[in-house]
Design a protein around this ligand. Structure first.
Ligand code: DON
Length: 525
């Protein structure tokens, strides 16, 4: 079964499973198919993370996050007036060196069973023969006009100055050619061959930073997966350079130490989850960064004793302002996740992104894909919020060759017997951490089905802004009022991330793509 944000990409993964591929083959097939059918977030010009658990017990975590180009500098997004410019978000200076192709090809090399060319065949077919545009894609392209139209993608995405109409066929010959080159010669085609030439030439022409040297130096990293437990269940998650696994682990450890879960939807429960997230995000925003550049107290942050000490600081009846704990920090949606399981029980959780929908807006002419605007995930200026309102510190400052801190949280959960239970993850910036944690909490603490766990209203607290988002209409007005009386600054707003998950149930698996995004589906057989 494959659950992703694009039904055609899920079907591409299942095609590969049926052809004898394993879960990693299917994940790679889905990833390339997402680059074709879900161009807002599926990508070749971005990066991501993959957490793998094979049925024989082997676990692995692949970091294929983008890296800052060699020409990047700490203050590159601070203008002459001392304020941050918009260049980390849109245009040729916003991109980190893409990791997606290297990562997916490396995952396939280590764990795949079918030849790479077979795994990429569905994506090549979808790009060369085209696929019908659905309303979700037409609307998504339309909404991104301002971002796409100033760059070469205009010719492809706005052929007659309008997005492709619903039910028309969307064909991408340049992208088909690019993926064919990768099928023929592997990641080298992208990082050293003609695709690298195309990217570097366009960057040089438009004032971007990525060079052929940057591309040739790029390497994905296998990392030791983060292992943790929650009330007898085990989590396998992503260590830094993503903050996802660390922050989920810290949040869940704090909640476990805080005590038994109060009823879902009660003010007590929202208070506990919000306060635990607030504390975990304070650590995230100040202590995490690329482990190749900063020393991260990972053992401490993920330890039960540290969580017990933090749980003691959470009162039963009132909120604490973030400023009480975050003295070190002064002042003060687009990604896609997919989950895969095969008939053997091998499981893959992958999250990948361009950051914003359609990334930096810059489309590589002739190669057929968008480049990311991931540089905005760095701390452009300590104390100044990025596009997600995150106020981050020195640990995540820009440096050449450094990976920007991510919130992406592909996670695999095992039941107390050690059997595969859940494969989950989200899109949605820092809200990814909240949503992934809460899907897990809903299943373990509130005994919900997968569909209920995903549909249930979510909350989000990222320390700064010092407020709790409650999904609109999800919580009783008396609960909202009570939280306000406890001292929480609460506001209602739709959308705390969007998940794609698979859960083992009696006799098989259930898959679900969050209804918060349109056009996705779980496909199984
Ligand atoms: O890596 C991160 O944390 C962000 N670049 C993710 C961005 C995202 O999820 C936007 N999505 N809806």
């Amino acid at each position: 079964m494959v659950a992703s944000d694009a039904s055609l990409a899920s079907a591409a993964g299942v095609e590969i499973l049926k052809a004898g591929g394993n879960a990693v083959d299917a994940a790679v097939a889905t990833g390339f198919a997402l680059a074709v059918t879900y161009p807002e977030a599926g990508n070749l010009g971005g990066g991501g993370y993959m957490v793998i658990r094979m049925a024989d017990g082997r676990v692995a975590a692949l970091d294929y996050r983008e890296m800052a180009p060699l020409a990047a500098t700490r203050d590159m997004y601070i203008g002459p007036d001392g304020k941050v410019t918009g260049e980390s978000l849109i245009g040729p200076k916003a991109s980190g060196v893409p990791g997606a192709v290297a990562g997916m090809v490396e995952a396939h090399r280590k764990f795949g069973a079918l030849p790479l060319a077979r795994v990429l065949a569905p994506a090549i077919r979808l790009a060369s023969q085209g696929f019908p545009v659905d309303s979700a894609l037409a609307r998504s392209i339309s909404n991104a006009k301002y971002r796409i139209e100033n760059y070469p993608g205009k010719a492809v995405f706005f052929p007659n100055d309008a997005a492709p109409p619903v039910a028309s066929r969307f064909v991408q010959p340049a992208l088909a050619h690019t993926i064919q080159l990768i099928a023929d010669s592997g990641a080298a085609a992208f990082y050293r061959g003609s695709i690298a030439d195309t990217i570097a030439a366009q960057m040089q022409r438009d004032g971007g930073l990525i060079t052929k040297e940057d591309l040739a130096r790029y390497r994905p990293d296998w990392r030791e997966p983060l292992r943790s437990t929650y009330r007898g269940y085990s989590l396998i998650s992503m260590p830094p350079s993503s903050s996802g696994g660390t922050t989920i682990t810290e949040t869940l450890n704090i909640l476990e130490a805080y005590g038994p879960a109060a009823r879902f939807g009660s003010a007590e429960r929202v208070h506990a989850v919000a306060s635990a997230s607030q504390r975990a995000f304070i650590d995230r925003n100040s202590k995490l960064g690329d482990p190749a550049f900063v020393k991260i107290p990972l053992a401490q942050l993920t330890s039960k004793s540290y969580a017990r000490a933090i749980a003691k600081t959470i009162s039963r009846d009132h909120a604490d302002p973030t400023s009480r704990f975050a003295s070190g920090i002064r002042e003060g949606n687009e990604t896609t996740h997919y989950s895969v399981v095969d008939r053997f029980g091998n499981a893959v959780a992958t999250t990948t992104t361009l950051n914003d929908l359609y990334g930096s807006g810059v489309y590589v002419r002739g190669a057929g894909f968008f480049l990311n605007d991931e540089m905005d995930d760095f701390t452009s200026k300590p104390g100044t919020p990025n596009m997600f309102g995150l106020i981050q510190g020195e640990a995540n400052a820009i440096a050449p060759g450094k990976r920007m801190l991510s919130a992406m949280s592909p996670t695999i959960v095992l039941d107390p017997k050690g059997q595969l239970l859940l494969i989950a993850g989200d899109r949605g910036g820092p809200r990814i951490i909240s949503a992934t944690s809460q899907v897990i909490l809903n299943i373990i603490d509130h005994r919900m089905s997968l569909a209920d766990a995903m549909n249930a209203p979510r909350i989000h607290h990222q320390s700064y802004p010092d407020s709790v988002q409650l999904e609109t209409g999800g919580f009783d007005s008396a609960v909202v009022a009570r939280l306000a009386r406890m001292g929480h600054f609460v506001y209602e707003k739709a959308g705390v991330a969007s998940a794609a998950a698979i859960m083992r149930v009696k006799g098989g698996y259930e898959g679900f793509d969050d209804r918060r995004t349109r056009g996705g589906a779980a496909v199984g057989y």
